[in-house]
Design a protein around this ligand. Sequence first.
Ligand code: UDX
Length: 447
Amino acid sequence: MNITVFGTGYVGLVQGAVLSEVGHNVICVDVDAKKVEGLKNGVIPIYEPGLEPIVKSNFEAGRLNFTTDAKSAVEHANVLFIAVGTPPDEDGSADLKYVLAVAETIATHMTREAVIVTKSTVPVGTADKVKARVQQTLDGAGKSLDYHVVSNPEFLKEGAAVNDCMRPDRIIIGTDSELAEKRLRKLYAPFNRNHDRVIVMDIRSAELTKYAANCMLATKISFMNEMANLAERFGADIENVRKGIGSDPRIGYHFIYPGCGYGGSCFPKDVQALVRSANQVGYNASILEAVEAVNYRQKEKLFSYINAHFNGELAGKTVALWGLSFKPNTDDMREASSRVLMEQLWAAGAKVQAFDPEAMEETQRIYGSRDDLILCGTKEAALNDADMLVICTEWKTFRVPDFDLLKNKLSSAVIFDGRNLFEPEEMAERGFAYYAIGRGLSVKAFN
Ligand code: UDX
């Protein structure tokens, strides 16, 4: 099938590449000419495991192409995906200007019937706005053409995006059109392993499904972080509690890892956006407000342990920081806990020596050159002349450190672990002061 995807961000690029990988002819459109040129030359603007080879091979095979020319891209296909960004505007609502601009572009260049699919995470009711914008543009141009708007949200995780897209656990199709349903079923047929993964529903339910999924996951995390905070005060170990509750299949082991807060491009933005949308329909989404508040506080936890341990004397201290991305296997630093921590440390007069396997360039881009930030080439180099080690992201390479080296290098044998990578008893035996989330010295601090 011929397919066009607007937007070459995470969602658009991964979706376009994966659709070409299963044999569809895909054109990806972006307004950023530099990005498009780069993609044609195999330059992938994001770090995502497995993405580069499929972009390159499908581009070479002629099944995947990139362009800034919206007109030829609209003519290419009768399934047109909108996968552009929906950044939060000042009050946290999703800003739809890019989505609606694409809707207008599509209508401007449409010459035949088309299925228009929103893939971006958009508030409930957006499909109606897309329809209105398409209709208005068609009317303005005096064109009368059939079109069908579909909500088909994406559930990919950064770092596992290609795999999530290749092996989706569900494909949500929100539509009121049989034609659109049939066409999308055909398009997604290669992804239906073993059993049918397609769930068809009305458009508004599909739109809400995406928010409900992300908000549920964010709620699980904030709930666990709240339990970790309680464990600290009750003298319990949250890791035991986690295993104890996870064994109940109604609760499950997934997404109940306490930590220094969730980040990324989805959870913070989607929780906020649903709170705002709820307000707009006269509902106070108090659970979601609490989820956000707990997460905000959680991101400040590592600093409060550090500050307490050093009795507020952080000026002139050097902090070795392992992990800058919001989670492993990505270079993405949007809403990362490391940023909150670094900014608090700088404000207190400390210097940060950081290492991350992928996010060094991104950190440089965000913070530029500053005296109190040193980006180190290895995790060991970050330890040189440091006073303490702090871990913000659970990259595999941080899980089995050379503890003797750590002890030799750090002026105080103290580790602040925002991802609960080690066992408190073992750390104590090795002679480290070990603060983790809901365990280790963080518990003793309250007792
Ligand atoms: C998320 C959803 O998982 C995905 O389905 C949706 O399409 C987009 O948003 P992503 O943001 O890529 O994906 O990352 P995810 O792996 O879900 O992690 C999000 C954040 O939650 C990370 O900061 C992670 O460290 C944190 N997290 C996750 C926890 O703190 N504890 C957990 O148990 C799980």
